[in-house]
Design a protein around this ligand. Structure first.
Ligand code: CA
Ligand code: CA
Length: 178
């Protein structure tokens, strides 16, 4: 159940009033932390379609690039992406050692092997060509790479030699708090 714009405004007013009251109470007590104002969360869906990346037959290429707009400076931001396995394209999962790269405005924000759940049931293969063979949604911090205005995000397939760079993903979402 979502709140109406009026309720949201009223809530924000109460938070602001509470913040000001707190600030007055704390005047002269500089060691005490001041509660930050609440941020507003926005989910920016870059794509919610299925995409097959890699170099196997049927792939759209080794990279997906999208753009999105950010209206104001962000307090916090995350990028999330969902890997789909099994998938209608009959592709393997993402490699976890040479994981798919997420670049925001050219800055690398993920992924790394540590971003995948420690779930032996879902990890197939051996050594540097291990893949994550389950549905999984991963989330990485991205605030330092985001800018006000237009942004570019890229997801690129990677693979260890002898592995398979192909995978299928959906729901590439940038969540911001402003
Ligand atoms: Ca391949
Ligand atoms: Ca793969």
């Amino acid at each position: 159940m979502g709140s109406t714009p009026f309720l949201r405004q009223a809530r924000r007013f109460l938070w602001t009033a509470g913040f000001l009251a707190g600030a007055f109470t704390l005047a002269g007590c500089s060691d005490d932390p001041v509660e930050p104002l609440p941020s507003e969360r926005t989910d920016i869906v870059v794509t919610d379609e299925l995409h097959h990346l890699g170099d196997n037959v049927g792939a759209e290429g080794t990279a997906f690039t999208g753009t999105f707009a950010v209206p104001a400076a962000v307090d916090s931001a995350f990028v999330s992406v969902s890997f789909v396995y099994p998938n209608p394209q009959d592709q393997s999962g993402p490699e976890i050692v040479n994981a798919p790269r997420i670049r925001l405005n050219g800055t690398l924000v993920g992924l790394t092997i540590g971003d995948f759940p420690d779930n032996a049931v879902c990890i197939v293969g051996e050594g540097d060509t291990r893949e994550y063979a389950c549905d999984v949604t991963l989330r990485v911090p991205a605030a330092t790479a985001i800018q006000v205005g237009s942004n570019t995000i890229e997801l690129q397939s990677e693979a260890h030699w002898g592995g398979d760079d192909d995978f299928v993903f959906t729901d590439l979402v940038v969540t911001i708090w402003t």
